[in-house]
Design a protein around this ligand. Structure first.
Ligand code: T3D
Length: 264
């Protein structure tokens, strides 16, 4: 499918999705959100796609909701109903990202704001360019964090820091973002995509089915008692042990050779 606000490229087992509305710093219009949902669903259903990189074109990663879409209805005096927009858009997109049965890397090339931060948080790894910056932004327009930020941000940086980021909404640079745990790594802007692609290739060579199970188990265990988490792990281990890659990993170890994981 051709996209209007995304550039999607596949190179071997790595799919790169680039948000592509640089004039608006890749604000998440309804159209871009729908396209992103489609591109991620396609990658999730393609067994050949074993890692995904999500990035932005130009100097922005994404600045969250496209506020220009609100102009007409607000000037007409229409009562706002963001919940409708959220349920049709981000509330589909964020679970899809979190639940992707593939590792997803956010290559944060520039400013991330509002739901743009939420999207980055829903990815499994965040590599930021040294020129990237972050502002939760919601409060600056009298809104609350959405697109999963109320759940994902405290889990990434702790409740106290998350509240500070959400309420004051100061713009933090990449070094600070790394220090507080908002991103995994900071790299020079010029090498961001090389670093992200190298990591994606490495991840694509790992046992993809086990990675999907790790993601699922962590997500579910977060709300469980230890006893329930132990049961969950035991069931997940049965699933993992039934894969080709488990057998291959054990045989490769015993035969003192490198494993050839297929993702199945
Ligand atoms: O009802 C609902 O939709 C609820 C959903 C809410 C989800 C949310 O994400 S709410 C938060 C929405 N995002 C924001 O409020 C961020 C707004 N943007 C900014 O505060 C600043 O742009 C930044 C601090 C992020 C970056 O500043 P700077 O100085 O680097 O760039 P800039 O000059 O402000 O922006 C460059 C262009 O992008 C500019 O367009 P122009 O003037 O060159 O034609 C600007 O209008 C446009 N832009 C930036 N953010 C958005 C946007 N256009 C549409 N929507 C945006 N969010």
């Amino acid at each position: 499918m051709g996209y209007e606000q995304l550039i999607v490229r596949t190179d071997g087992a790595v799919t790169t999705i680039r948000l592509n509305n640089p004039a608006k710093l890749n604000a998440l219009s309804s159209a871009m959100t729908a396209e992103l949902i489609k591109a991620l669903a396609d990658a999730a259903n393609d067994p050949a796609a074993r890692a995904v990189v999500l990035t932005g074109e130009g100097r922005g990663f994404s600045v969250g909701a496209d506020l220009s879409e609100l102009e007409e209805p607000y000037r007409r005096g229409e009562p706002p109903t963001p919940s409708r927009f959220l349920k049709a858009g981000y509330n589909q997109l964020i679970p899809l990202l979190v639940g992707m049965p593939r590792p997803v890397i956010a290559a944060i090339n520039g400013v991330a704001a509002g739901a743009g931060i939420s999207v980055a948080l829903a990815c499994d790894y965040r590599i930021a360019s040294d020129g990237a910056s972050f502002t939760t932004a919601f409060v600056k327009i009298g809104l609350v964090p959405d697109a999963g930020s109320s759940y994902l941000l405290p889990r990434a940086v702790g409740t106290a820091k998350a509240l500070e980021l959400a309420i004051l909404s100061d713009r933090v640079d990449a070094t600070t973002a790394h220090a507080i745990g908002l991103v995994n790594r900071v790299v020079p802007g010029g090498s961001l995509m090389d670093e992200a692609t190298d990591l994606a290739r490495r991840l694509a060579g790992l046992p993809t089915a086990a990675i999907a199970l790790i993601k699922r188990t962590f997500a579910r265990a977060a709300g469980m008692s230890l006893a329930d988490a132990l049961d969950l792990e035991a069931d997940a281990q049965d699933e993992a042990a039934a894969t080709h890659d488990h057998l291959e990993g054990v045989l490769a170890f015993l035969e003192k050779r490198q494993p050839n994981f297929t993702g199945s």
